[in-house]
Design a binder for this molecule. Structure first.
Ligand code: NDP
Ligand code: OXD
Length: 308
């Protein structure tokens, strides 16, 4: 019963002592050639070989090193293997902070002030107070909830949207296809923290932008495939959208010719909103394997029929 990690050296260094200390009964290896493939019950990585099912016939859990699993959800896993996404505090903290930073920057009209700076224009714009802004989050999972909780003290009007009904203190929660329009109505800043599935692909499109008040802001930290990129450029150029913080693109890296690179109303970052933190992920993974070995479903268990 071996755990095989296929990831960075930094993660290997962090995981090895935690396994040795807290889960000594499960051998931990990082060198695939040093283990009998039939012994591998737990495999953690980002993308996996096509022949996973034949190479590791006794796999029980395939674990993603990241919170997203769209890169692996359709991979040919062994029939009985379960897919598990990363749930750990490090990546959640980073994503939360990125979304709060971007929301505050849009709220305080940083993109307009940067334009004024380029023109050497020293002039105050009119002020909007937090209680005059509605911030809405698409996706009320680990990332969405942490972001909303961090935004609560600022005094914004908060809303959120998920597939099934959710309750979050201080947040008006909507769900299902029927709930989306109600959330979008009056939303000044929209944050996307959805997983990429067949249902959510290109959900950020011209129709959706048209349902927001003119000049709304977008924080896109989900997956590149959520956004219809030409629709965003058109909406920014027409003024329907006021500005966007974009952390994810399709494809990645974004081609040099893509207009998002140079659009004056886009702040672009190279998929750095979040990243798994080695030490906290090691602790969380060992606890999750122990949880699984004692008969409980692992945290982050993916429902492959839903795609997340
Ligand atoms: P979770 O699985 O915990 O949460 C997903 C949320 O999205 C749930 O609330 C779910 O609803 C909702 N959802 C899924 N499908 C739909 C749908 N069709 N309609 C409405 N709501 C839907 O995921 P995490 O919060 O951990 O991560 C979310 C995403 O964030 C990742 O999949 C990834 O794309 C992105 N991410 C990006 C990072 C970056 O660096 N930019 C880093 C980490 C994550 P319900 O509650 O009903 O299940
Ligand atoms: C991701 C991650 O899913 O970094 O983007 O975890």
């Amino acid at each position: 019963m071996t755990f095989l990690l296929q990831s960075t050296e930094e993660r290997a260094r962090a995981f090895a002592p935690v396994f040795a200390r807290d889960l000594p009964e499960v051998p931990f290896v990082t060198d695939a050639s040093a283990v009998d493939p039939a012994e591998v019950r737990f495999l953690m990585g980002w993308v996996f070989p096509e022949d996973l099912a034949t190479r590791y016939p006794n796999l029980e859990l395939v674990l993603s090193t990241g919170a997203g699993i769209d890169q692996v959800v359709n991979a040919p896993l062994p029939p009985n293997a379960k897919l598990v996404r990363m749930v750990e505090s490090g990546v959640t903290t980073l994503v939360r902070d990125y979304c709060v930073m971007s929301t505050l920057a849009l709220h305080r009209e940083l993109i307009d002030y940067q334009a004024q700076q380029r023109e050497k224009l020293w002039q105050a714009r009119s002020f909007t107070w937090p209680d005059q802004r509605k911030i809405s989050v698409m996706g009320l999972g680990e990332m969405g909830r942490a972001t909303l909780e961090a935004l609560r003290p600022f005094g914004f009007t908060l809303a959120g949207w998920s597939r099934s009904p959710r309750e979050i203190e201080g947040v008006t929660c909507h769900h299902g296809a029927a709930g989306l329009d109600a959330m979008l109505e009056g939303t000044d800043i929209l944050i996307c923290l959805l997983p990429l599935t067949e249902e959510t692909r290109h959900i950020l499109n011209a129709d959706l932008f048209a349902k927001l008040p003119r000049g709304a802001g977008l924080v896109q930290a989900g997956r590149g495939g959520h956004l219809n990129q030409p629709d965003l450029i058109a909406a920014l150029d027409s003024g329907q959208m006021g500005g966007a913080f974009i952390d994810v693109a399709d494809p990645e890296p974004l081609p040099e010719t893509d207009p998002m690179w140079s659009h004056p109303r886009i702040v672009l970052t190279p998929h750095i909103a979040g990243n798994t933190r080695a030490d906290t992920a090691a602790e969380a993974t060992v606890q999750n394997i122990r949880r699984y070995l004692t008969g409980e479903p692992p945290l982050g268990l993916v429902d492959r029929s839903l795609g997340y």
